[in-house]
Design a protein around this ligand. Sequence first.
Ligand code: CIR
Length: 256
Amino acid sequence: MRALVRPTSRRLAEGQLTHIERVPVDVDLAEQQWGEYCLALDSWGFETVRVAGDDALPDSVFVEDAVVMFGDLAVLTSPGAESRRAETDAVGDTLRGLATSGAALEVAAIELPGTLDGGDVLKIDRTVYVGQGGRTNGDGIRQLRALLTPRGYSVVGVPVTKVLHLKSGVTALPDGTVVGHPDDVDHPEVFERFLPMPEHGAAVVVLDSGTVLMAASVPASTALIEGLGYRVITVDISEFEKLEGCVTCLSVRLRD
Ligand code: CIR
């Protein structure tokens, strides 16, 4: 199992902000938190593959937004924020490098005027929910649908107005139950099972069928999910949360 990560830009504090106020960011602490996040993945058996860092791209640590994986298909995105458009170049180089060194990988891309951020894409089995809001537009969703329908996926567009990305509001447990704070979810009824969480930012990264990774900032939601029989690993990502990042956006698992 491998996971793509990208080091923190020294200009992280200049990253995009949409729904929250700008507050001071400690970039040294962010780098330390990023290292601990990578260690948590390592310790769970994920080999981390590092995309080259780029200080000129403040939001590039949020690598989830630049590529979405569907089995062996990597879809490079078309970021909705202009300041983030160049992030896909190095991510594409890394993936094409993996492909030439023997990994079974096909690389496709969403093209302008279509826009699509990886944070808007929530996969549950063969259903791919795509948030349409500030970053992802209808053309981006149409291009993704054209790539995925022949491969047996069903792409479901979901309007997003309350948060930055669909996955800022909702993520899915290993059993497919969608979790999130009700105030952050425009349409909980589109999901087969929706379980409200007591805190904003209660996102999960699935590590295996019984284990998820969560942010240290959501202890009540962590306790709730532990109570459902899951093991929860927690990481402190306070400096990334100040830039509207959550636990999912710092990595992309390859092959799922
Ligand atoms: C942005 O606004 O693009 C970044 N400051 C945060 C991106 C977080 N990404 C994500 O939730 N997938």
